[in-house]
Design a protein around this ligand. Structure first.
Ligand SMILES: [Zn+2]
Length: 229
């Protein structure tokens, strides 16, 4: 069992479904949904009985019907035909998360995607997911040590590698004890941040990805800026 997914697969748009299919090994077999309350769970390797008792109610969880997935796959395929940028974006997201690991071949009714995937080049600026996560972890630790966001920003804006360590060495003793000895060395791996606005955007992105599975399915990017009116 791979934990609860607080999303309703039947309410997802075609691009969201595509991300779910790419994210969940053999989703047609492994995604179990309750016929009564809609509770969903991913059972890697399926289930011997083909169904299981719902953890939330008296209902039964089972994979969605093959026909449902076939219709969903047709929807995904037609959206990919209409929007030629979609698969390139999905490929860029895959690379951001998995690096050079190739996509495992998808079974029917998604096998058309294997072919399309191979013919695709990633599009757009790669998403620097790892550095956003690293940044968010570091900022959390620094804030827990009582360092203000303004001070953290000063640390992150120091362009040369020794800079953060110099700032660190000026912190009070008790703060440095709290952060631990190894933290000073990890500071060398801190991502450079140019402004408070950039830091906020990156932190917001990482925290949303941690807490909101739907944000991942939507493929949200970091630099979403509202148009000025
Ligand atoms: Zn249920």
């Amino acid at each position: 069992m791979n934990g609860r997914q607080p999303i309703d697969v039947r309410a997802l748009s075609a691009p969201e479904l595509l991300r779910l299919v790419l994210d969940t090994p053999d989703v047609g077999k492994n995604l179990f949904r309750c016929d009564q309350c809609g509770f969903e769970v991913v059972m890697l390797g399926g289930s011997d009985e083909g169904s299981c008792r719902c953890l939330e109610c008296d209902g039964t969880c089972a994979p969605l019907e093959l026909q449902w997935w076939a219709r969903a796959a047709a929807r995904m395929r037609s959206v990919c035909r209409r929007d030629k940028t979609l698969i390139p974006r999905l490929l860029a997201e895959w690379r951001a998360r998995h690096g050079d690991v190739p996509l495992p071949p998808l079974p029917d009714p998604f096998s058309w995607l294997n072919v399309a995937w191979k013919q695709t080049r990633a599009r757009g600026r790669p998403i620097d997911a790892v550095s956003h996560y690293t940044l968010a972890h570091m900022v959390d630790r620094l804030q827990a040590a009582g360092i203000s966001l303004g001070q953290i920003l000063r640390l992150l804006r120091t362009p040369d590698l020794a800079g953060p360590k110099i700032v660190y060495d000026q912190l009070p003793d008790r703060t440095r004890r709290f952060l631990g000895k190894d933290f000073r060395d990890q500071l060398g791996g801190l991502p450079f941040v140019s402004s408070r606005a950039e830091m906020s955007r990156r932190l917001r992105w990482a925290r949303t990805q941690w807490t909101d599975p739907l944000a991942r399915l939507r493929g949200e990017r970091v630099r979403i800026r509202r148009k000025k009116t």
